[in-house]
Design a binder for this molecule. Structure first.
Ligand code: FE2
Length: 317
């Protein structure tokens, strides 16, 4: 069965990367910009330079990404500034990363999305440093390394957003990443929900669409800040007619033995789906649809703290 994953991959030429890097560095060097306070200014600086220098075909693919209902887009060979050591405690000096933030937030703007943070996670900060934090050892959090993530969607314990609503109250529609370093070559795997649905038998599909599940908050959420979603389906059809899912194996359970059996069958199918295995490298930007894509990361052994794997993640709506 061919994969239904609609995945766009583009690479920026070295000459364009260098021009972008030079222009954005000059603009941010004139000022002092912090991702949480100055996100709109950073986005403006990045978007201006990207619009001016990216070739038309790449710009077009970025601009139509959300409207076309694509699953994922990877843009590689973007400018890479001088990076500080990996902030394995979770947080570093955001002002030092102004070039990176201008590119990351500038791309989110070109995608016609809005970046946002939620108060119950990541201390309410806009950018999540996805790093192997020793304090998160043994947890299935984006700060972990030694625990495997099975296929999941992020923050599945929240409802799907009605159009035109405050995204902070709902499951994030898009996840975006800028890769700082990944010397461990750890892949981020993405798979289309459509590829799961076509492999489900009718009983399992209907069972997943029944409101028979409890979906709890993942480890990355702060304590008791958010509640489980109870009496929710795992799979549903959105207003756009496309399937969407909420799922995290560690926090999703069936309310009846039948629902639990349905979940086991769904989980078994997840083990058979085609996936894109993306080894994000320095200067890569990735966006995927968190309603219609499942993602996972295997356990890995991080490099020493200063050069350990470091991705920058931002939710977008
Ligand atoms: Fe995740």
């Amino acid at each position: 069965m061919p994969s239904l994953l609609q995945f766009t991959r583009c690479r920026v030429e070295d000459s364009v990367r260098d021009l972008l890097g030079k222009e954005i560095s000059a603009r941010v060097a004139e000022t002092d910009l912090e991702s949480d306070l100055d996100d709109a200014i950073l986005a403006g600086i990045g978007a201006h330079a990207l619009r001016r220098h990216l070739p038309g075909d790449i710009l077009h693919r970025v601009q139509v990404f959300t409207a076309t209902g694509s699953h994922a887009l990877l843009l590689s060979n973007l400018p890479a500034q001088q990076f500080p050591p990996t902030p394995v405690s979770g947080f570093g000096d955001e002002a030092e990363l102004a070039v990176t933030n201008a590119i990351h937030l500038g791309l989110i703007r070109l995608l016609e999305c809005t970046p946002f943070a939620v108060r119950f996670e990541n201390d309410g900060r806009l950018i999540r440093n996805v790093v192997p934090n020793p304090a998160a050892s043994g947890t299935t959090s984006s700060w972990g390394a030694d625990s495997e993530f099975f296929w999941h969607t992020d923050n599945p314990h929240q409802p799907f957003a009605p159009p035109g609503s405050d995204p902070r109250l709902y499951t994030p529609p898009y996840l975006t990443f800028y890769a700082v370093r990944n010397e461990e070559r750890v892949p981020t795997e993405v798979a289309a929900l459509d590829d799961v649905v076509v492999r489900l038998d009718a009983r399992t599909r209907l069972g997943l669409m029944a409101p028979d599940f409890v979906v709890g908050a993942p480890d990355s959420n702060d304590g008791e800040a958010t509640r489980s979603l109870s009496g929710a389906p795992v799979l549903e059809t959105g207003p756009d007619g496309r399937h969407r899912a909420r799922y995290d194996r560690g926090t999703t359970s069936g309310r009846t033995p039948e629902a639990q059996k349905t979940l086991d069958d769904w989980s078994a199918v997840l083990g058979t789906i085609p996936a894109a295995e993306l080894v994000l490298d320095t200067g890569d930007f990735l966006i995927f649809d968190n309603y219609r894509v499942l993602h996972r990361r295997k356990a890995f052994t991080p490099r020493p703290a200063t050069t350990a794997r470091w991705l920058r993640r931002c939710y977008a709506s």
